[in-house]
Design a protein around this ligand. Structure first.
Ligand code: IVH
Length: 747
């Protein structure tokens, strides 16, 4: 069944259509730097075509997209041949496919022992640098693998790429060498770049990869010089005048010549260790400064690479393990606004629901109208949505090429969508606009009540988002039992029973729609159908009783004072162990507390100056809420007294609050932001940007194990532990996980 006539017509037509579509997408991606589909969608199309060709090999012609590399050569730059072809890589989408590659490898190697070099797959633009007698004479894009575009003038502007190789440490510069690598645009600089482009009337780049590719193709090298481009080298093409035995040793040479090699490469012996590396960076891919879309596994020994050879498209000695996509395209259906606890009005995107990084995303905050403008997105656009693991989803950009003219611009409402009050910035120069009706704007009150019952505040069972809504905005004719937070502890069963409420979405504050009825979802929250109290009432009253005995820092957090987070509240109550003392303190006195700045102090004084705020405090006092910290005011003198720590991510065996409490129990101060004065940053699973900050400032970082050492044996033991970790990774010169420790100890 190999004859062309044996292929059903519809299969042939589908293959032709797929090939055409894939070529079109490649052209947009490689040549125009303006893709209209996500990598994930492209991969799905490619896999479909591969599947068809697997079944009908006659369709696998040499010019099929499955058999060719990259894109065509863009016009505007001179086309030049690479001395040696630049191949692509075959992909493994899961561990089974990796095992298949490994089995094939073992078969082909027929017993020869090999090592695996694990590298990050940098999501950038592949380039080929030609050095002759140490001089950079040419830089080409990959193009179709045989011929690339000459971008030498632009590449010369990248500071990290030497125009002359260093003759260093006995590594004589060779007569000729082609260096392959990836030029990338750092993720953290991306938003800034797009904002500038939109302001200047240029089209925003879809993602950091396109930013790198687009920058390198700019016509004016002076513009390129302003881009924060970087490079990681990952291979050698043609070479004369030197020999190499292993790819990892080749990198040592390249580093000695002054070329930017990768920090995270690791040589391992077994496929299980390869998988460990893959898993580690699967969890830590957001701690790398560039985007990565997978891990590249290479047979390290060059003679074995030669024995294994290559197909027309990719080497057999390497494979790219692909991570699930963190970027997808979806439709921006609307931009709505949400009124927060402090009255801030925040636009957010309502999108066609889409699965990205393991969860379904339908909303993404857009922060303020400036951000909407800077991103250049219009309602109705197809947008690029990025969700990096546990990180909050973010719209990166719009796919301008898919616009059909029906898209419209977002404009910020002038009045509060919930109470109709005119919106305004609170201070001159503020970007955010707020609803000034703090006391009785239903949205603000609902959010404040929900906040005060939260885990970081009074932690009240039975007072979730629906209950908070029910207490502040029941359906007419019921009156809201709460006009502000003051009467929270004076609620009666009689007030609760008749309440019916429109259920709202906790993330956005928007009323939920009952999908069957197509109307607002309404419920009777406190009473059953017979009008008797549900269990929820009992739970709520018990929760309120328990809340009265909560420590002072929780009470302070519950008051929703601007800038006073739970961490700040802990710092304040460590100093002012009585709410009355705090209420009567001056800005200077409050700002003198450790970890509290003048802005926070001012905000506290302003808060207590408001009559209706004082009324809340007095009503709570009358209800028996605890306003004095027990323990008589003496400071903690645990093993960690005097240490300033920051926790980011979840530590195994602890809740997020639990790890902070464990530190504080030993006298450590737990603050919310990393500075040079921080003694330790403790990093658990899914850490936030505090981790990156710690890395950039060189603050010592402890993982689960280091945290356990710190709690059990104190700071000196934790420092010794860090030094030991550094020693381990320093010896091998490799190592994924310990490398962070090494950097920290050195810093
Ligand atoms: S090795 C013959 N190593 O991924 C081996 N490639 O999808 C060719 N890439 O064309 C490449 N990081 O542009 C290699 N650590 C890495 C890489 C890497 C990114 C790119 C490269 C390649 C593409 C294949």
């Amino acid at each position: 069944m190999t004859g062309a006539e044996s292929v059903p017509a519809e299969v042939r037509e589908r293959a032709v259509a797929l090939a055409k579509e894939l070529e079109e997408h490649r052209f947009r991606y490689y040549v125009k730097d303006a893709p209209t589909v996500s990598d994930a969608e492209f991969d799905t199309l490619m896999r479909e075509l591969e599947g068809i060709e697997e079944e009908y090999p006659v369709l696998r012609t040499p010019d099929s997209p499955t058999q060719t590399v990259g894109g065509a050569v863009a016009s505007g730059f001179q086309s030049v041949d690479h001395l040696e072809r630049m191949l692509s890589l075959d992909n493994a989408m899961d561990e089974d496919e990796l095992d298949e590659w490994f089995d094939r490898l073992q078969r082909d190697l027929a017993g020869a022992e090999c090592h695996f070099l694990c590298e990050l797959k940098v999501d950038g633009l592949a380039v080929n640098l030609l050095y002759e007698n140490g001089e950079l004479v040419r830089a080409l894009t990959r193009g179709d693998g045989r011929t690339g575009e000459d971008i030498t003038v632009n590449v010369r502007t990248i500071g990290e790429i030497p125009t002359r190789l260093r003759d260093d440490g006995g590594h004589d510069v060779p007569e000729l060498v082609e260096i392959r690598g990836e030029v990338f645009f750092p993720i953290e600089k991306f938003d800034e770049l797009n904002a500038r482009r939109v302001e200047e009337g240029d089209r925003p780049f879809a993602n950091p990869r396109n930013a790198a590719a687009g920058s390198l193709r700019m016509k004016d090298p002076r513009m390129v010089a302003q881009m924060p481009l970087h490079m990681v080298v990952h291979g050698i093409g043609a070479r004369r005048g030197f020999d190499i035995d292993c790819q990892s040793h080749a990198y040592d040479k390249l580093r000695a010549w002054g070329l930017p090699t990768a920090k995270h490469n690791k040589v391992v012996d077994t496929i299980d260790e390869v998988k460990e590396f893959i898993r580690y960076f699967g969890e830590h891919r957001n701690s790398v400064e560039h985007e990565i879309d997978g891990v590249v596994v290479k047979v390290d020994e060059i003679p074995l690479q030669g024995r294994l050879g290559a197909t027309s498209k990719a080497p057999r000695w390497a494979i790219a393990f692909k991570y699930p996509p963190q970027e997808v395209n979806t439709k921006l259906l609307d931009i709505k606004v949400n009124v927060g606890r402090t009255g801030r009005v925040t636009p957010y995107a309502v999108m066609e629901p889409v699965v990205v990084a393991g969860s379904t995303v339908a909303y993404a905050t857009l922060h303020n109208q400036e951000v909407v403008k800077a991103k250049g997105v219009l309602i109705g656009d197809t947008v690029v949505l990025r969700k990096a693991g546990d990180v909050i989803p973010e719209i990166l950009s719009a796919v301008a090429d898919l616009r059909d003219g029906t898209e419209r611009e977002f404009s910020m409402p002038t009045h509060c969508p919930e109470c109709g009050t005119e919106l305004r910035p609170m201070k001159e120069g503020d970007v955010d606009v707020r609803c000034p009706n703090a006391r009785s704007c239903p949205a603000q009150l609902r959010e404040r009540v929900f906040h005060l019952a939260g885990r970081k505040a009074l932690d009240i069972d039975g007072l979730g988002y629906v209950a908070a809504t029910a207490l502040t905005q029941p359906l007419e004719p019921s009156e809201p039992p709460l006009r502000d937070e003051g009467d929270l502890f004076n609620l009666t069963v009689e007030q609760l029973l008749p309440i019916k409420v429109v259920v709202r979405d906790q993330k956005t504050g928007m009323p939920k729609i009952d999908e069957k009825a197509g109307e607002h979802k309404i419920m009777s929250f406190f009473a059953n159908q017979q009008g008797e109290a549900k269990k929820t009432v009992e739970v709520l009253f018990a929760g309120l009783e328990a809340a009265k005995k909560q420590p002072l820092w929780r009470v302070l957090t519950a008051l929703s004072i601007r800038h006073v987070s739970d961490t700040t509240a802990r710092a304040i109550t460590a100093e002012f162990r009585d709410l009355d003392r705090l209420m009567n303190a001056s800005v200077e006195e409050i700002a003198a507390a450790e970890g509290v700045g003048p802005i926070i102090a001012e905000s506290i004084v302003e808060w207590f100056a408001e009559d209706w705020h004082r009324e809340i405090v007095e009503k709570w006092r009358a209800a028996g809420v605890r306003f004095v910290e027990e323990g008589g005011g003496e400071k903690a003198t645990g093993m960690l007294t005097g240490l300033t720590t920051v926790v980011t991510g979840t530590l195994s065996g602890y809740t997020r609050d639990g790890s902070k409490e464990a530190l504080e129990a030993e006298g450590a101060k737990v603050t919310g932001s990393v500075s040079k004065k921080t003694d330790f940053v403790i990093v658990g699973e899914n850490p936030g940007s505090k981790y990156d900050k710690a890395v950039s400032l060189g603050v010592p970082i402890l993982d689960d194990e280091g945290f356990a050492v710190l709690l059990a044996d104190g700071p000196d033991a934790a420092r010794a532990w860090l030094a030991a970790q550094a020693g381990e990774s320093g010896d091998s010169g490799e190592g994924a996980a310990p490398e962070d420790g090494a950097e920290q100890a050195a810093g």
